[in-house]
Design a protein around this ligand. Structure first.
Ligand code: SAM
Length: 275
């Protein structure tokens, strides 16, 4: 009999959110694989669970996969947890889950909290279609390039951000999306000082800059998607600009410059010129 890989979600703040099935699973497996074993030991102690822990983080995950898969093939069951929330979601676990699946090992999830979903549900923004973008790049150049690429995204967008960069990222968003785009800042979710503030970017920046405490803790930023109508207007304007530029520049160059100015994808502008 081969073992099973359990991907187990743990609380993102409030320990009361740890599911009964999550606790039972950790108490029954042969080994718990955790991101930071000292951090997870606290959680296990709180729930009276005493099981061997092995560290697996982004720097050693690849090297661990084969031996963990071997262990499961020889009958051991393993639970994978991360520091908080659902493993794999901007956390380690993907390589192990894939390795286990490829080896024919049964993989199952014990679901539970995940910060992006909690933030989305609290944001007051459309929640049926969304795009999870993970952490924003820390340098402003790549960050603003990524945001420019997302200018036409009509689905709600979800980003992780650190307290050190939350204001800079909101400023980048204001530069690219404009001051009237609605954004929700979700902080310290499920914890004592949980707060969620949703407002147009210009207003939101004034609000967060007003008080240092509003910049502390863990953050998720939820951004309303572009509305279809304004997206159409932006496209019409971008086509006008690329055509003007193409009077003096080669089509590829005109498309590249127009993409820089408008944030519309270069290929789309290039194709519009050819057509
Ligand atoms: N896998 C985790 C999950 O499912 O929630 C996310 C892991 S990611 C490495 C950690 C980031 O999630 C933090 O930097 C923060 O952006 C966000 N986060 C985690 N817990 C949070 C909380 N309680 N409140 C707000 N954001 C949180």
């Amino acid at each position: 009999m081969t073992g099973t890989l359990y991907i187990v979600a743990t609380p993102i703040g409030n320990l009361g959110d740890f599911s009964l099935r999550g606790q039972q699973t950790l108490a029954e497996v042969d080994l718990i694989v955790a991101e930071d074993t000292r951090h997870s030991r606290h959680l296990l102690n709180h729930f009276g669970i005493n099981k061997p822990l092995l560290s697996m983080h982004e720097h050693n995950e690849l090297g661990r996969v084969d031996s963990l898969v071997e262990r499961m093939l020889s009958g051991d069951s393993i639970a994978q947890i991360s520091d908080a929330g659902t493993p794999l979601i901007s956390d380690p676990g993907y390589l192990l889950a894939r390795g286990a699946r490829e080896a024919g090992i049964q993989v199952t999830v014990v679901p539970g909290p995940s910060a992006p979903i909690v933030a989305l549900a609290l944001s007051g923004l459309p929640a049926s279609h969304f795009s999870f973008e993970g952490f924003l790049p820390s340098r402003s150049g790549p960050r603003e390039q990524l945001l420019r690429d997302l200018l036409g995204e009509t689905r709600t967008m979800i980003f992780f951000e650190s307290p050190r960069r939350v204001v800079d990222s909101l400023r980048s968003m204001e530069r690219i999306f404009g001051p009237s785009r609605e954004v929700s800042v979700a902080r310290e979710l499920t914890k004592l000082h949980e707060s969620v503030h949703t407002a147009p970017l210009g207003e939101l920046l004034r609000w967060i800059e007003e008080e240092q405490n509003r910049q502390r803790g863990e953050f998720v930023l939820v951004v309303k998607g572009a509305d279809e109508e304004s997206q159409e207007e932006e496209l019409v304007e971008a086509y006008r600009i690329v055509e003007l530029l193409a009077r003096d520049l080669a089509p590829r160059r005109a498309a590249a410059v127009a993409a820089e100015i408008t944030g519309v994808r270069k290929n789309l502008l290039y194709r519009s010129l050819l057509e």
